[in-house]
Design a protein around this ligand. Structure first.
Ligand code: GTP
Ligand code: MG
Length: 299
């Protein structure tokens, strides 16, 4: 570490872990300032290890969003939990994400047990925008009791409130060393993955009940047409049953059109160009139990 280029520089992996639906992906997107991970008011939204890189003058913070840790009941969910545990084990700093509005639950205690004993830990008590100042004090105390040695920062992934403070705390905990990624790299995820994640977010937002859990999105084609300032994306929404296909398509195709429109607007923001999006809905029975399919989806 005597190399002057690495002196006063820090870099490392920061895993965001927590029970499902606490707000990990919202925090990741807030930190990097763009949509990398789908966000939804449903558990088990995130299915992959999603990397978001923040470049600062003296530090590179490599955030790793993870699936929610829970007691899995299906083979796919078992893979999600093992992805999260792996990222937790590989991280330089672990952020236990807790929900200020929901309070500490048994599921949070379960995750805290995994985090306890790790050398560098921080608690991000997110969704602070949902609670009053008075309610925040006991919420902080309950969260802190889970990991008494961890520094706690109340934040809002939604508004960005106090996120800068969280970044300062995390930077101070990173190992010293040179950057791990080139300065223009924002993520490890491919453009196809990012596009699929955005489409999936809109499918989840516009469908109810069992459909979100049995939906996957595969981007079949991602073609840039620079002369027309256009990217042409063809994607398939995969469901497990005909009845689910009907739900996704909606009456006279209205729902799939709404999904397509919302996704296109979000994709245009994400990629900064015009997007032509073609969506198909396919039934693949039991895809979520098919190891080959799960492998293709990086799950
Ligand atoms: N008001 C408010 N809502 C939030 C905040 N963070 C997340 N949410 C909402 O909480 C829900 C879950 O957010 P996600 O970011 O998808 O949660 P997650 O922990 O990534 O969930 P999984 O991927 O399923 O484990 C969504 O409806 C978000 O809009 C926040 O800081 N404030
Ligand atoms: Mg998530």
């Amino acid at each position: 570490m005597s190399d002057p280029a690495t002196q006063n520089r820090r870099a490392g992996f920061i895993a965001l872990v927590g029970r499902p639906n606490v707000g990990k992906s919202t925090l990741l997107n807030q930190v990097v300032g763009t949509t990398l991970a789908a966000v939804a008011n449903k558990p088990q939204t995130t299915r992959n290890r999603i990397v978001g890189i923040l470049h600062r003058e003296r530090a590179q913070l490599v955030f790793v969003d993870t699936p929610g840790i829970h007691h899995p009941k299906t083979p796919m969910n078992a893979r999600l939990v093992s992805t999260a545990r792996q990222a937790l084990g590989d991280a330089d700093v672990v952020v236990l994400v807790l929900d200020a509005a929901a309070g500490v639950t048994a599921a949070d205690r379960h995750v805290a047990a995994d985090v306890r004993g790790r050398p560098r830990t921080v608690i991000a008590l997110t969704k602070a925008d949902l609670v009053s100042r008075n309610a925040l004090i006991p919420a902080c105390a309950a969260a802190q009791a889970l990991l008494p040695d961890a520094e706690l920062v109340p934040v809002s992934g939604k508004t960005g409130d106090n996120v800068e403070r969280l970044l300062e705390v995390l930077t101070a905990k990173l190992p010293t060393g040179p950057p791990l990624y080139p300065p223009d790299q924002v993520t490890e995820q491919s453009e196809r993955f990012l596009a699929a994640e955005i489409v999936r977010e809109k499918v989840i937002a516009q469908t109810r009940d069992e459909v979100p859990y049995t939906t996957a999105v595969v981007v079949e084609a991602f073609r840039e047409e620079p002369a027309r300032h256009l990217v042409v994306i063809t994607a398939s929404v995969i469901v497990e049953r005909d009845s689910q296909k009907g739900i996704v398509i909606g009456e006279r195709g209205q729902r799939i059109r709404d999904i397509g429109k919302a996704a296109r607007l979000s994709l245009e923001r994400r990629f900064g160009c015009r997007i032509y999006l073609e969506l198909h809905v396919k039934v693949v029975p039991e895809w979520s139990r098919n190891p080959r399919m799960l492998g293709e989806l990086g799950i």
